[in-house]
Design a protein around this ligand. Structure first.
Ligand SMILES: Cc1cc2nc3c(=O)[nH]c(=O)nc-3n(C[C@H](O)[C@H](O)[C@H](O)COP(=O)(O)O)c2cc1C
Length: 268
């Protein structure tokens, strides 16, 4: 959602969201994450202009700001934990929008008292969606091809890394894969690829757009996407009572053009 009502969050929702944010400390790579829920109401006009989103977000009064300590897996951990916040907010009936590009990073970073070894990879507005969608919102969604997603055959594969994994062969994990597929990603590029091996493990890879992923320097935007995928897969598996976990220290064989991120091992 990119258009919001100016209405503040109800106290109870505010408290629930802030407590949820504070409870999240790290993801599967052990990087320290930190979240703030910012209220723009007390902020003056001048500062408000500095805290801009280049006109992309309209009307939002609250933002969640996501920081992480630099290190291996930092962007994945930020993506994984922050997506939990976006899902929580959605569950509370609120609108959100991942922003990693279109916001004034240094102004928001100052609001958070960012430490030297911390990054502020992303923020999201949280609030009540406006009934009328702004022109900027429509344009953004159109240019990113939002609502469209790649087909299964382009994303999920058998052990050889080439044969498409059919929904039937995905078995109990069909829905866990489906929620990865329909998830959000930066510019809707959908860089996640998953290979199911003969033992039934799911290997998650990044198919990186090299130039795009490096535009923001240390903030590798597509590694955030990978953390989001880990979050979706794991939460679906939990919902479906499929025991297992992400393992990050045992890479599978190499597949050309793909970077291994993590492997889901089923416990059965
Ligand atoms: C890591 C990440 C960064 C994003 N950054 C921005 C951004 O800077 N500005 C923006 O308007 N949308 C941003 N988005 C939202 C995507 O454009 C959007 O999720 C994608 O186009 C799919 O659309 P949908 O989520 O509406 O289906 C970002 C999404 C992700 C996951």
């Amino acid at each position: 959602m990119r258009s919001y009502l100016k209405k503040p969050l109800e106290d109870e929702l505010y408290r629930e969201l802030i407590n949820y944010c504070r409870g999240l400390k790290t993801g599967h790579f052990g990087a320290a994450v930190r979240f703030e829920l910012l209220d723009l109401e007390p902020v003056g006009r001048e500062e408000m202009r500095r805290l801009g989103t280049y006109g992309v977000i309209k009307g939002a009064r609250h933002y969640v700001l996501g920081a992480v300590k630099e290190g291996p897996g930092a962007l994945e951990d930020l993506g994984y934990t922050m997506e939990k916040i976006l899902l929580k907010a959605t569950n509370l009936g609120l609108g959100t929008c991942w922003l990693a590009g279109t916001f004034r990073r240094s102004a928001f970073a100052a609001k958070m008292g960012l430490a030297e070894d911390e990054l502020l990879p992303a923020i999201t507005p949280v609030g009540y969606p406006a009934e009328e969608v702004s022109a900027a919102d429509r344009l953004f969604r159109f240019s990113a091809g939002s609502a469209k997603r790649k087909k299964w055959a382009e994303l999920f594969f058998d052990a050889d890394g080439e044969t498409p994994l059919t929904e039937t062969k995905a078995g109990d994990y069909r829905e866990a894969l489906e929620v990865v597929r329909i998830g959000p990603s930066a510019s809707n590029r959908q860089p996640w690829r998953i290979i199911k091996d003969e033992a039934g493990a799911f290997h998650l890879f990044l198919k990186e757009s090299k130039i795009y992923n490096r535009i923001l320097g240390k903030i590798r935007i597509q590694n955030i996407d990978m953390g989001i995928a880990m979050c979706h897969f794991e939460m679906a598996a939990q919902e479906l009572d499929l025991p297992g976990q992400w393992i990050t220290d045992t890479p599978p064989p190499d597949f050309p053009g793909l970077q291994h991120i993590a492997t889901w091992k089923c416990n059965n």
